[in-house]
Structure formats: structure tokens, C-alpha cells
Design a binder for this molecule. Structure first.
Ligand code: ZN
Length: 86
């Protein structure tokens, strides 16, 4: 399953950690990437498409990264590792 393959109703765990991807036309599991922009969880392939989109990436690096000091998407492990450093 990839973005655009899904055309059904919203799953109850859509956008939740380890649930279904937050993108309505995807909703693949497991959603293990947290998007700090939308506060929802995404699957591996949507994370790649969204985070490394040229416009999104530049926007994040210019407007958010300097203040937040982390990438747009993180796994739970990445966020936990950051907390230990802080
Ligand atoms: Zn997805």
C-alpha cells in the first residue's frame, strides 16, 4: 500500500502512533513517524514523501529547524533520545 491506494473510510487509528498513516488516501500501518507540523503519525513512505519534498524541506530548515533543532519527522526512539540529551 502506498499513498493514493486507499479509498475507504477513515480507520479508527488513523494518525495515531503505530496505527494507520494519517494521510487519508494511504492509511497504511504501522505509522511510526511523528510529524511535528501536523501532530500526527505517518507510515515510512509518506514520511519520506512529505519530509524530503523540496518545498517542505526548505520551509522546515528555514523556519522551524533553527528554533526546534529537530527534523520535521521523528520516530518515538528519536524523540526519546532527544529528551535524554535535553
Ligand atoms: Zn502513508
Amino acid at each position: 500500500m502506498a499513498y493514493g491506494d486507499y479509498d475507504g473510510p477513515n480507520k479508527p487509528d488513523k494518525g495515531h502512533e503505530n496505527g494507520s498513516c494519517n494521510r487519508t488516501r494511504c492509511q497504511a500501518a504501522p505509522a511510526r513517524w511523528y510529524n511535528h507540523g501536523s501532530y500526527s503519525w505517518y507510515c515510512d513512505s509518506c514520511r519520506n514523501q512529505i519530509e524530503f519534498d523540496r518545498v517542505n524541506l526548505r520551509d522546515w530548515q528555514q523556519n522551524y529547524q533553527p528554533r526546534l533543532k529537530h527534523p520535521m519527522f521523528e520516530t518515538r526512539e528519536m524523540m526519546d533520545a532527544r529528551k535524554e540529551v535535553a
